[in-house]
Design a protein around this ligand. Structure first.
Ligand code: ZN
Length: 288
């Protein structure tokens, strides 16, 4: 049985649906009488235990339960402090085309500095004019390692979550040659969540639908089956260079429909709604 791992007020929680499909959020440490850790960064390395505990959760049990945690707006990023957080550029053909570039023959990897990470309901604090939306599937490493072959890559993934790779286009291309890291890493420019979902929860983890709406208008709509470099290829590519660690994040790239393609950017008051099949929805409001 799969698990759904979240973060409420900095504590790891497991999510279980009751008979009516209402999600109940359980404090991991309390639900296991201290056997499993409260720290989300420690919890993400315990995938086998999370499967077991999740299978035994009783949604009717009110001990250690956070009710309506999502509505309370206290849900943080499922993986708040990864050692490394990678982004991948131009990883869908239609997105490469809308930017006027050829599809890459080698993954275009940049850093999203972990300090930019916020939760699924957090405000995005705009600090410049050319802020853009990018809905993405985000891979969370469970069992780290180096030189992981593609055919074993999924064994090293704790689960999948959603993300917005909010991008300051002016900053991204300010230097010559361009250097993406800072333009992708302003404070609050990395909403993730709402939860981390174990790989076995998906009928096909290589084919997940994802959409992005801005103020209710559909801007992006694609499936991860159309990734140029799929999840196993990215894990193999990165782990050939450095040791992946539990909790490391890989933003896998965004579909076509970004604002830069049409010159429309985010402004204060905009609401970004990002939905990933089998994972859930992030709603992020832009503030000045
Ligand atoms: Zn991106």
């Amino acid at each position: 049985m799969g698990f759904r791992l979240g973060n409420v007020s900095g504590r790891a929680v497991l999510v279980a649906a009751d008979g009516d499909g209402v999600e109940r959020w359980f404090d991991l440490e309390r639900a296991t009488d201290g056997r499993l850790p409260a720290d989300p960064m420690a919890a993400v390395a315990r995938a086998a235990d999370l499967h077991e505990v999740s299978a035994g959760l009783d949604p009717g049990d009110t001990d250690g339960r956070f009710d309506e945690a999502l509505d309370a707006g206290i849900v943080g990023p499922p993986v708040p402090r990864p050692t490394n957080c990678f982004g991948v550029g131009l990883n869908y053909r239609a997105h490469a085309a809308e930017t006027g570039r050829e599809p890459p023959s080698v993954p275009i990897v940049f850093a999203k500095f972990p300090s930019c990470l916020v939760g699924p309901r957090a405000d995005v604090e705009l600090r410049a004019e050319q802020a853009d939306w990018e809905v993405e599937l985000v891979v969370v490493i469970g069992a780290g390692g180096r030189d992981i072959p593609a055919e074993r890559a999924w064994e090293h993934v704790a689960g999948l979550t959603g993300g917005q790779d909010i991008s300051d286009r002016a900053l991204q291309f300010a230097a010559s040659p361009p250097h993406f890291d800072l333009g992708k890493s302003r404070d609050t420019y990395g909403p993730t969540g709402p939860v981390l979902v174990s790989v076995d929860s998906f009928a096909d983890p290589d084919d997940i639908g994802l959409t992005c709406d801005v103020n209710g208008e559909r801007r992006q709509d694609d499936r991860t089956a159309n990734l140029i470099f799929d999840v196993p290829a990215l894990v193999a590519h990165l782990s050939a260079v450095l040791t992946l660690r539990p909790g490391d994040l890989i933003f896998t790239g965004t579909p076509s429909g970004v604002g830069a393609a049409t010159g429309r950017f985010l402004t204060a008051g905009d609401e970004i709604t990002s939905t990933l099949e089998g994972i859930g929805t992030l709603v992020n409001r832009c503030t000045a």
